[in-house]
Write a protein that binds this ligand. Structure first.
Ligand code: M6R
Length: 367
């Protein structure tokens, strides 16, 4: 059932191109110019009446939500807040009938997420669920559901569910933008065309898995490291760090690259690995200066860069991994893949149970 792979996690990492295709299939019009989401019960009028969004989820699903925030804000220009589900109810969030609450849950059974959904509905908000399991509690109780078609995810560490959630956010963000007219038809078509190249681009990344393996083996000798990035790269850094902690038990922290110098830089010492995400073109120079700050203190830097920046990046980083070119907004769907591989190979090098890490369950049904 692992289809020739040593672990479910690796199998699921390799299933991502298919998961992207399946999640997009039937949701893009035949001419490739618009998004169709017939599964939504909300009418365009309802969507036009929404003036704020709360995205609520746990763990990796929460990290997909952080990317979802940028997607919705950039495409539909509606303000979005994100909350960890276990915190949401207890901060008396301002939920009105014009609020759309988006809950994200692979399993659709996470207790904290379900409780947040119920609280949102109690306050009169509409709830949209992004989930991988048809008929799950979250899917049954939400007002609207977008199913990710990642297929069953067995490994405790979430990989293809996360990236399929990103695809669902892109589709929904574009659908919203075309409903409001915040993006022109040509802009929507342009983004959709780039999205349809993502599966093939992930395949290209997977073909270079061996490069990541070598770096992972090096990293597995350390007990502490950092992930840094700005903008969407920061959201992906958080996910990379969680994945590494979860299955390799190596401590890591994800930091907004520009925030390091406000305290955490004190922890950078000779030889410490720093994984720097450098895919946000407009923030590239700024991130580069943060890399110089850690390099000056002896950090060993792996840069996740965009193809085409190899020669330039080589001057500032010790190792690099290039991802194929895509639109800035779509980079998380590619840049997370080398980080998934990194944590997989680090866990493997340390001899841990990759698919069933200690202390964790696939579905967390307690609050
Ligand atoms: O099933 P859910 O998406 O609601 O699960 C949420 C988290 O428990 C989950 O994403 C967890 O963080 C993963 N094990 C991380 O890989």
């Amino acid at each position: 059932e692992k289809a020739g792979f040593d672990h479910f996690m690796l199998k699921e990492i390799y299933e991502q191109p298919k998961a992207y295709r399946d999640t997009m299939r039937g949701r893009i019009s035949e001419d490739g110019r618009s998004v169709v989401l017939p599964e939504l019960n909300m009418t365009p009028e309802i969507l036009r009446g929404i003036n704020r969004v709360h995205i609520v989820a746990c763990g990796t699903a929460m990290h997909a939500g952080l990317v979802g925030k940028t997607i919705i804000e950039q495409l539909a220009r509606i303000p979005v807040e994100t909350d960890v589900a276990s915190e949401y109810r207890y901060r008396s969030p301002i939920i009105t009938p014009d609020t759309l609450v988006i809950v994200v849950s692979q399993s659709g059974e996470t207790a904290d997420t379900l409780a947040a959904l119920r609280e949102a509905q109690r306050c009169g908000a509409r709830v949209l669920a992004i989930t991988n399991v048809v008929g799950s509690s979250v899917a049954r109780e939400a007002d609207d559901v977008i199913i990710t078609l990642a297929g069953p995810e067995i490994a405790v560490a979430s990989t293809k569910a996360y990236t399929s959630q990103l695809i669902a956010f892109y589709l929904f963000g574009l659908y919203w933008a075309q409903t409001l007219g915040t993006k022109t038809a040509d802009e929507v078509a342009h983004i959709l065309a780039a999205m349809q190249s993502l599966p093939e681009q992930v395949e290209k990344i997977l073909a270079q898995a061996e490069t990541v393996k070598a770096v992972a083996e090096e990293i597995s000798k350390h007990s502490n490291l950092f992930f840094i990035g700005r903008g969407l790269d920061y959201a992906v850094a958080l996910e990379g760090s969680l994945k590494l902690k979860e299955i390799s038990y190596i401590h890591s922290e994800a930091y907004a690259a520009g925030e390091l110098k406000h305290g955490t830089l004190a922890l950078i010492e000779d030889g410490i690995p720093v994984i720097a995400l450098m895919t946000q073109e407009e923030l590239y120079e700024k991130t580069l200066s943060n890399i110089k700050e850690v390099k000056a203190r002896g950090a060993h830097v792996l840069g996740i860069i965009n193809e085409g920046h190899e020669a330039e990046a080589a001057k500032s980083v010790d190792h690099q991994f290039a991802i194929p070119r895509t639109l800035t907004l779509l980079t998380p769907a590619l840049s997370v893949v080398p980080l998934q591989l990194l944590s997989y190979y680090a866990s493997l090098a340390l001899g841990h149970d990759v698919d069933k890490p200690r202390n964790l369950a696939k579905s967390v049904t307690v609050e």
